[in-house]
Design a protein around this ligand. Sequence first.
Ligand code: ATP
Ligand code: MG
Length: 384
Amino acid sequence: MNKLILVKYASEIFLKGLNRNKFEKKLRDNIKKKLKGINYELISDQGRYFIKADDIEEATERVRKVFGVAEVCIVTEVPRDMQAIKEEALKKVKDANPKNFKIETNRANKVFPKNSLETSKEVGAYVVYHMDGLEVKVKNPECLVNIEIRENAYIYTTKDKIKGAGGLPYGINGSTMLMLSGGIDSPVAGYLMARRGVELHCVYYHSHPYTSERAKDKVKDLAKILSTYTEKVKLHIVPFTEIQMAIINGCREDELTIIMRRFMMRVACGLAEKYGIQSVATGESIGQVASQTMEGLMVSNDCADRPVFRPLIAMDKTDIMDIARGIGTYETSILPYEDCCTIFVPKHPKTKPRVESIRESESVLNIDELVNKAIEETEVVIFQ
Ligand code: ATP
Ligand code: MG
């Protein structure tokens, strides 16, 4: 008897029609990358993967986190033989010791003489016969025993199932430049984009000496955490002080934030252009702070030359915090180091800026020169 990992992938992948092969290949490649260093064998079998591994727990933990994986189950492999299936099913129900149970069979291999329903009934009867007081319950059984009949038979119960990361295979849906600050929101935004298969690149605007090295290190730590879900992540660290000083010296106080955000957008798009990245993403959520109004978002979008994604736009802060805790970025995000926005905050920021008047206000600045210089002086750190 052998323990294996059964990998079920996102049902969305089955709906891809002609693209399905491409999705499956990407997912398989991503799983293989995650299993580096472990001794394993991966077998594709009609919309599922089976993985044999020396260290099955470690392998399960790694595969579970791969985007596109809906569920992983630790299954017991037995010969494709009714008696062997019955005995293993009984053993599993005995282990779980439930009040009620149900058997569900999926016969992918039609060579097996009994169909799915007949198999479930026969195995169920065998289990009931051998366990006093155990009942069959069709809806919401305490213990669901799954039997998959393929080359061999594979058996697992409710407690052998672990929820996967969901989403789509990383790298299948283009790329984005995430504006990554040290806050709670932007790492979550990056995670959600990556989970939909979008390749992640990060940019951080650093205002030395107004923001400390520790603030920068915090962003690096966040990029590193994100990279455990993706592949290597490049963090572009942009020297932002000169731009901020130019804004403070040249523009109205109540427009500082919005003009600064326009520069962030220009630099993100400029870097994206330079490295062939297709879009920009931020951790903004509508109404969360003064700059995240409908008007504020329109005015910063005015400087973008590619799609700007805001995956948190309609989420409540409490829900964003829950995700941050789940993905392990929260504890780092709440460390108290200031970011560049907090020291340049105007007392009464404009919440309903108009594009024309902001364009007018910033026209005193040497915009292209400032942006180009910041891009040139950007430093890149890679996390693996
Ligand atoms: P977060 O929790 O992600 O920092 P926030 O609620 O503090 O967000 P803002 O400070 O207004 O909101 O920033 C909105 C978004 O702008 C952030 O989610 C992030 O995408 C981007 N951003 C802000 N500051 C920086 C920075 N210093 N470097 C890179 N991106 C930034
Ligand atoms: Mg912030």
